[in-house]
Ligand binder design. Structure first.
Ligand SMILES: CC(=O)N[C@H]1[C@@H](OP(=O)(O)OP(=O)(O)OC[C@H]2O[C@@H](n3ccc(=O)[nH]c3=O)[C@H](O)[C@@H]2O)O[C@H](CO)[C@@H](O)[C@@H]1O
Ligand SMILES: C=C(OP(=O)(O)O)C(=O)O
Length: 427
């Protein structure tokens, strides 16, 4: 099993390339199931989740061809051909490893008129039910039954019908599922209280490039006029705003000065505003964002919220960064019920964080010391890396497979800007 070893105390400086967004890739890939023509996705990050999704598409009968970029380059190009589906089932073995597999439900149902997808179950950050995915699909004509751990869905007459649904709470994944399904429904669908995350906009833009008709892109009301068929397209995945924000926190905790090359500032305004409030210099440049921290960091009060609010996927990384602030920060997690799994691990490094329900009080300024720590989920793992960069001595982060889900060649990117970091294999 691999571990990441960090010897802390190095200041980060230089240019760091930002990869394509995991969370966009995972909703663009299933769009390939909506057409019998090839879909080519460029700027796909090289991540375990993207490989896993490719495998799922193969199971359903789609072929996936990867055009090699050189090993020293980031990203790659994948062409997916789903001429016909040979299966309409997403099995438990795949779905349990990758929750985003649920995003094939809408596309398979739209394409084949039936779908059988394993229930994903919870994960380290919370229960993560899919009731809203199912209610939204029912509103556009799906008939759904839950049997033996599977969602069994069908479209009467083989085609979804369009309809209206307003989400009681904002859900990124449910908005994505119903959008993909509604694109080829018979009639118009109106989705209220839709998620407005940049990854949803990326999905809408791809669907439009494939021939879909969508109004209200980027707003909370999406109107989808179903079309008879979608065609193939070539599309580049948006830059990863969470990866960019994570490296911004890493630079800030080391008093560093880095350029996030390819990061797109309008997608990450809440993150950049929080960095500025903490005293970090944020400079938007053509094609890059510069992050520089030369003074002490100030404590923050932050509460997670759907976009355009402060992203839950940035909470753990900010917590780590704020361990170096002068004073106590107050973080409130409103999206997932169990997203403080990094707190006991950060405590092993000397952090002082008190959790009361959904709120964490983060006392800055305690000395951080390197320690063996264990990753529990993707962003929790990144918070341990960030703390390790500023800790005295060596930090060893186990369970690196969490990081490999969402950070493309993290140790290479960080060592290129001056971190003393390496991946070691214990065999
Ligand atoms: C692959 C991907 O893009 N993952 C992101 C997506 O996850 P995901 O799409 O799973 O997150 P949601 O936006 O759906 O979840 C938001 C909240 O709604 C609840 N909920 C959701 C669906 C449902 O049917 N019922 C229900 O109650 C969830 O438990 C959670 O409390 O958005 C999250 C919130 O920004 C991010 O943290 C994840 O990184
Ligand atoms: C929670 C995350 O991802 P997923 O929804 O794929 O678990 C994340 O990207 O932080």
């Amino acid at each position: 099993m691999d571990r990441i070893l960090i010897r802390g105390g190095q200041r980060l400086a230089g240019r760091l390339p930002i990869s394509g967004a995991k969370n966009a890739a995972l909703t663009l890939l299933p769009c390939a199931l909506l057409t019998d023509e090839p879909l080519t996705l460029r700027n796909l990050p090289r991540l375990a989740d993207v490989d896993g999704f490719g495998h799922l598409l193969n199971q359903l009968g789609a072929s996936t061809a990867i055009e090699g970029t050189r090993p020293d380059e980031f990203g790659r190009v994948m062409t997916i051909r789903a001429g016909r589906l040979t299966s309409t089932e997403a099995p438990y073995d795949i779905v349990r490893k990758m929750r985003a597999s649920i995003l094939v439900l809408g596309p398979i149902l739209a394409r084949a008129g039936v779908a059988r997808v394993s229930l994903p179950g919870g994960c380290a950050i919370g229960n993560r039910p899919i009731d809203l995915h199912l209610k939204a699909l029912e509103a556009i004509g799906a008939q759904i039954e839950l049997t033996a751990g599977y969602v069994e869905a069908s479209a009467p007459g083989g085609r979804l019908s369009g309809g209206r649904y307003t989400f009681p709470v904002v859900s990124v994944g449910a908005t994505e599922n119903v959008l993909m399904a509604a694109a080829t429904a018979q009639g118009t669908s109106v989705i209220g209280n839709a998620a407005r995350e940049p990854e949803i906009v990326d999905l809408c833009n791809l669907l439009v490039a494939m021939g879909a008709r969508i109004d209200g892109i980027g707003t909370e009301t999406l109107t989808i006029e179903g079309v008879d068929r979608l065609h193939g397209a070539t599309y580049a995945v948006m830059p990863d705003r969470i990866e960019a924000g994570s490296y911004a926190c890493a630079a800030a905790i080391t008093g560093g000065d880095i350029e996030l090359v390819g990061a797109h500032a309008p997608d990450m305004e809440a993150t950049l505003a929080a960095l500025r409030q903490a005293g970090v210099t944020v400079e938007e440049k053509p094609g890059a964002i510069r992050i520089a921290a030369d003074g002490p960091l100030r404590p923050l009060t932050l509460s997670t919220a759907p976009f355009p609010g402060f992203a839950t996927d940035m909470q753990a990384q900010f917590m780590a960064m704020l361990l170096k602030a002068e004073g106590t920060s107050v973080l409130t997690e409103t999206i997932f019920e169990n997203r403080y799994m990094h707190v006991p691990e950060l405590a092993r490094m000397g952090a002082s964080v008190q959790v009361h329900g959904r709120t964490a009080m983060v006392k800055g300024g305690e000395p951080l010391v390197g320690a063996p720590v264990m990753a529990t989920d993707l962003r929790a793992s990144m918070s341990l890396i960030i703390a390790g960069l500023a800790a005295e001595g060596e930090t060893s982060v186990a369970r690196v497979y969490h990081l490999d889900r969402g950070y493309e060649r993290l140790e290479e990117k960080l060592s290129a800007v001056g971190a003393d970091i390496e991946r070691v294999s214990d065999g």
